[in-house]
Design a protein around this ligand. Structure first.
Ligand SMILES: [Zn+2]
Length: 100
């Protein structure tokens, strides 16, 4: 996956998101978790960014968790849940600035 994602000037191992592209999709974000047990399968950089994203799988579905640091707290939001294939496609769109 890292080969497809341009590095934005650091040697950070986690991807940094590019600027949002014109005409990108706006994802819907919800405050509540849909699944109690989730597995994080991919993530963006959280060392250099106040907002980062995690691709999660749970209950046979795939969804994205958005984390935003607000002072000492972290605000968590959740996307819709998709199939693994759909979730993977949306994750790639997010990494390329086509969705956020
Ligand atoms: Zn970084």
């Amino acid at each position: 996956m890292s080969n497809r994602t341009p590095s934005w000037g650091t040697s950070c191992p986690a991807p940094h998101l590019p600027p949002l592209q014109p005409g990108s999709d706006e994802l819907a974000w919800h405050a509540s978790a849909r699944f109690a047990r989730v597995r994080v399968v991919a993530w963006t950089c959280h060392e250099h960014r106040v907002t980062w994203y995690e691709l999660c799988q749970g209950g046979g579905m795939s969804f994205i968790r958005r984390m935003t640091a607000k002072g000492a707290a972290v605000v968590v939001s959740y996307s819709h849940a998709w199939t693994y294939v759909e979730g993977g496609a949306i994750w790639l769109a997010l990494l390329s600035g086509q969705a956020r």
